[in-house]
Each structure stands twice: as C-alpha cells, then as structure tokens.
Ligand binder design. Structure first.
Ligand SMILES: *Cc1c(COP(=O)(O)O)cnc(C)c1O
Length: 415
C-alpha cells in the first residue's frame, strides 16, 4: 500500500496534508505511516500463514521506540545488533524471548546483558564469540541458546556495502567451518544449540540468491541432524528490497515463494529478520527549500535536510524519489537537490525535474529505513523530528533535538 498520495495536487500522509505536518512540527522531519508499517508486517504474516514462523524486525533499520512498540504489539520479535538495541526493544515493550542477537563484535558486557534479559537466541558469528559466550553463560549459571550464523558464499547481487553473504565478507562463519564448530558447541557447557542463521545482504530484488542460500543452509541442517544435532530454528535473515525509483520489486509473498517452496516439508520453525521491507516505504523525509540558486551549469535547490539526516545518497549513491508537496503545474527545470552541509557529497538527488520556489516543501520518499537510524549531528545539526501518522492524526514520536543537547556531554577543561 502507498500511504503517500496526491489529492488535488496536494501530497498527503494517510489523511493528513504534509504541509500541515510541516507547519506543526517544522522541517526537516521524518513522517511515517502506521497503516503502511502494519501492512508491510501483515504481508509477511500472510505469506507465512499456516507455517511455524517468526518475524523478527531488524531494529537497525529504524529503532524509534514507537515503531518498535507498534511491531511488538503486532506480534513481532526483534533482530538486534547491539546492547543499545536490546535496551530499546525492552523499553518499547518487546519480549526478550523473541529477541535474536546478531553482530560480529558483541562485547562481554553486551553478551552478559542479553543473558540477563534471557533473549531467545544468540546468532554467533565466530569461534571466539562462541567460546566467550559459553564462558560467560557458565559463570552466570545459565545456558545460552545459539545459532551459528553461516556465510553461505552466495552473491546477493546488491551494492557491495550491503552485501554480506560472500566469502570475503566479515559476516558469519564460512559454511564449511560450521560443522566442526557445531560439534564443539555441543560439548560446551554454557551453550544450547537452537538453530542456524544466515543473512546474505540487503535491498535484494531477486529471490534466487536467498533461495540458494536457504538450500545451502538446509544441506547443513541435514548433515547436523545425521549427527544427532537437531535444530529448532532456521533463521533466513532479511534483505528483501523495496522500490526506490522504478525497480521491479516482487511482492513479499512472491519474494518468499521460492524459499518457502524449498522449506515446505521442514519441521523447524522459520525465522525471518526483515528490516528495510517493513519500514522503508512507510516513511519519508519532509524538507523545505531554503535557497534556489542558478549556477552557470546547474541549478541548485538547497533544502533544510542534508546528508546528516539521510546519508544513503552520499554513502551508496542511492536514489530516493523527491516529490513536491504541492504540485501546481509550474514549469519544471533540473535541480541538484542538496543540503547545507559543507561537503560536495551532501546531496539528496541529482538532476531532478521540479517546479519549485524558495519556501516550498519537498518529500524525499522511501526514507523509513536506514534514514533516521543512520543520521548524525555533522555540522552541529540537531537531528530531525519524527512523526507517526495514524489516519487523520499525527503523533510526535521524537522531538527535534536542540542545539544545547548537542554539546551537553562536552567539557571545557582548564589547561
Ligand atoms: C541488517 C540485517 C537484517 C535486515 O536487513 P534488511 O535488508 O534491512 O532487511 C537482517 N539480519 C541481519 C543479521 C542484519 O544484519
């Protein structure tokens, strides 16, 4: 579902005109749709209907407490990658037993905190982590439920920065090393083997690589079973892509179908850990044009959002559609849509055809995932406000930061 539609030339978020949201909360401002978040989750649920399956939202895509709380109420579990994300999930009303902890560099403190909370599974990414975890669990008098995150060595055919399932990536345990490590894990006093996990990358539009990875994971699960190591969970990660521009994007059921076909006779519980596909299309970044500048070769629309608010264009050269909040049929020209940050890489879009004037509002689309979550305070810019729209109501779910907050942890020292 698309929650952001034009009515008589005015762009709405559900039943609210975005101009009203900008008037009330100012800009830049992230705007999310409750209906779209819910629909994205329900698409997974219905694709997995009739199977034993668990959907663990990948918190790093967007970790706002209100969004975590919404998913917790819908029945989701959570895939976390840090102690900070664990604290957020618990603060938002998520159940520890439904938490899966991924990540290549979990610290002793993070492992201890997760054992204390009694999370559902540690997705272990190295031999050192396994030994460390067993030791800490033994000290604490508990056992740690684990899956080994294997690296199946399949090419996810996505941007190299978000590809994680190839041999040369830092993620996971090479699939050929997993069998001996499972044998060792079985003997470790602090460890209880629960499953196997893989995650091959992000913004995947073709279901074939994920199905190939699942096939390799199943082969390993069968070898383990032959040795008496039975797994309760098969965690196939996240990674399903969304439409940013004109990509051909399969629906959730269509994307999962080849994988589910391979898995149809399995008795293990299936775990999926989607991030982007649950939140990406449900959010936009609302920004105002501060300055229009016509240079010798290019025209610039300098807006009040920047790379610190939405890093994906600068980081991955990612495309986000940029729509005028009021479409008035004026004559368009090509603009570089850029922020005020002092970097030439600070752009939101190149060569966009727009009819705009100073003071107009623009909506940077598909910004619900890895938007606010990757934002920074570069150039001492307070982070944007976040607003959750529910029908005709807008709720502020994160205050705009104040400048004073930016340096409240700093000290001037007597030298
Ligand atoms: C980032 C990540 C996900 C979610 O990826 P998306 O592409 O946002 O769906 C899932 N699992 C792990 C281990 C991750 O690191």
């Amino acid at each position: 579902m698309n929650p952001f539609t034009y009515r008589q030339g005015i762009l709405y978020a559900e039943d609210l005109p975005l101009a009203g949201i900008a008037g009330r909360f100012s800009t830049p401002c992230y705007v999310y749709s409750r209906a779209a978040l819910t629909a994205a989750y329900e698409a997974y649920r219905s694709a997995l209907a009739g199977r034993s399956a668990h959907i663990c939202y990948a918190v790093k895509a967007n970790s706002n407490l209100a969004i975590l709380n919404l998913f917790a109420r819908l029945g989701a579990g959570f895939d976390i990658v840090s102690g900070g994300e664990l604290a957020r999930v618990l603060a938002a009303g998520g159940r520890a037993a439904d938490v899966v902890f991924s990540g290549v560099g979990k610290t002793r403190e993070e492992l201890r905190a997760a054992l204390t909370a009694a999370i559902g599974c540690f997705n272990v990414e190295s031999e050192s982590e396994l030994i460390r975890l067993s030791g800490i669990a033994e000290q604490m008098g508990v056992t740690a439920p684990i899956a080994l995150r294997v690296n199946p060595d399949v090419d996810a055919k996505t941007h190299p920065y978000i590809s994680t399932g190839l041999k040369n990536n830092k993620f996971g345990i090479a699939i050929e090393d997993a069998l001996p490590l499972y044998r060792r894990a079985r003997m470790m006093p602090g460890i209880a083997i629960k499953g196997i996990a893989c995650h091959i990358g992000s913004q995947l539009l073709d279901p074939a690589p994920a199905a190939e990875a699942a096939l390799r994971v199943l082969a390993l699960a069968d070898r383990l079973a032959a040795e008496g190591i039975d797994l309760a969970d098969l965690d196939l990660g996240g990674g399903m892509g969304i439409r940013y521009h004109d990509e051909e994007v399969p629906g959730t059921a269509e994307y999962l179908a080849p994988m589910l076909d391979l898995l149809k006779d399995r008795r293990e519980r299936l775990v999926f850990a989607p991030g982007r596909s649950l939140v990406g299309s449900a959010g936009l970044l609302l920004t105002r044009v501060e300055v229009v500048k016509h240079g010798a070769e290019k025209s610039f629309a300098i807006v009040d959002a920047a790379m610190n608010d939405l890093m994906r264009p600068a980081l991955y050269d990612a495309w986000h559609d940029i729509l005028p909040v009021r479409r008035d049929g004026g004559s368009e020209r090509l603009y570089e849509v850029v922020g005020p940050v002092c970097e030439s890489g600070d752009f939101l879009g190149h060569g966009r055809s727009l009819a705009i004037a100073e003071g107009d509002l623009l909506a940077v689309m598909s910004a619900g995932a890895y938007g606010m979550a990757m934002s920074s305070n570069y150039n001492s810019r307070p982070r944007a406000a976040e607003v959750l729209v529910d029908g005709g109501q807008a709720h502020l779910i994160r205050d705009r930061e104040s400048v004073a907050q930016l340096y409240e942890l700093e000290r001037i020292v007597p030298l």
